[in-house]
Design a binder for this molecule. Structure first.
Ligand SMILES: NCc1[nH]cc(CCC(=O)O)c1CC(=O)O
Length: 311
């Protein structure tokens, strides 16, 4: 079986294609592939704010289009960048095992990768409302400044001194690590952030492979070859996202963990400035992950209204 795989041309995206295809090849031995690079408007206008190029999800829509119009058989995404609603002709068919779902604090030489230890007024780069509110919650004195671009671009901006620290997904950093120049690697250090303090974005660390629902054989082959745990966690977190709402300007995060047959989930919402925080948790059966995500979303809405955080 030869698949045409649509993906963005960024280094991280191409590494993710290889990771996903190497995984699926373990149970689909005759799997072969070629990459169809989709140059999205988001990649071309890297320094423009999201809303000027069509909002969050702009990258993913254009990559999915390649599948919809027959240029490719599947699309490979960082699942956390895929909006909760995708074209109904597409399905999430394949999911390799999840990489660490956590965020990390990355610092340049001379700093300790520890939120508490950053000097007063240190400059922290992130473009995410979730990450911004979470760190302001514990360190309201920090100066959070906008940081965009691919992961390697962000690291370069850190090392150049524009920021003292930045926040990234551990999964992206880990996948890219071996490709980074040694001088970049040796001038940074990083440490994991507590997910109850900085809750991950829905499906962070998970790679998602989408295809046309009507291609039953392909859907079934990818489903069978998928990592069950990652798929269950993805379904719970994405159900949470679709009910609670999200997007890059809502300071909310969620993390589901499947242990045995028990699916546990926590979700955290911050006010924009980080001064208020509400947390809910839910637990349920792995056989119905959506239920756990939806329950948590409804509960978090209720709590947020009680706290005067949303109307
Ligand atoms: N928003 C960009 C993005 N999309 C996916 C990842 C990392 C890989 C992943 O979480 O699966 C990143 C980088 C980051 O947020 O630091």
């Amino acid at each position: 079986m030869k698949l045409r795989v649509a993906a963005r041309g960024s280094k991280l995206s191409l590494i993710q294609v290889k990771l996903a295809m190497d995984w699926f090849r373990r149970s689909i031995p005759d799997l072969d592939y070629e990459v169809v690079i989709v140059k999205t408007r988001g990649d071309i206008h890297q320094d423009k704010p999201f809303h000027m190029i069509g909002g969050k999800g702009v990258f993913e829509k254009e990559v999915n289009l390649a599948v919809l119009d027959g240029r490719a058989d599947v699309a490979v995404h960082s699942l956390k960048d895929v909006p909760s609603m995708v074209d109904p002709r597409l399905v999430l068919a394949g999911v390799p095992p999840r990489d660490p779902p956590y965020d990390v604090l990355v610092v340049r030489d001379g700093y300790e990768p520890n939120l508490e230890a950053l000097p007063k007024g240190a400059v922290v780069g992130t473009a995410s409302a979730r990450r911004r509110a979470a760190i302001l919650h514990v360190r309201p004195d920090l100066r959070v400044e906008v940081l965009r671009g691919n992961v390697d671009t962000r690291l370069r901006k850190l090392v150049s001194g524009m920021y003292d620290a930045i926040i990234l997904a551990e999964a992206g950093l880990k996948r890219l690590w071996d490709e980074l120049p040694e001088e970049l690697r040796s001038s940074i250090s990083y440490a994991r952030l507590d997910p109850r303090l900085v809750p991950p974005a829905p499906a962070q660390g998970i790679i998602g492979v989408y295809t046309l629902a009507e291609r039953k054989d392909l859907v079934e082959a990818l489903r069978k070859a998928s990592d069950e745990k990652a798929l269950v966690e993805a379904r719970a977190e994405r159900a949470f996202l679709s009910v609670f709402g999200g997007g890059c300007h809502v300071p909310v995060g969620v993390l589901a963990r499947l242990e045995g047959d028990t699916l546990g989930l926590i979700a955290v919402l911050y006010s924009q400035d980080g001064s208020k925080r509400v947390e809910v948790s839910a637990e349920g059966d792995a056989s119905n992950p959506e239920l756990v995500g939806i329950q948590a979303a409804l509960e978090l809405r209720k709590r947020a209204v009680e706290e005067g955080m949303i109307a």
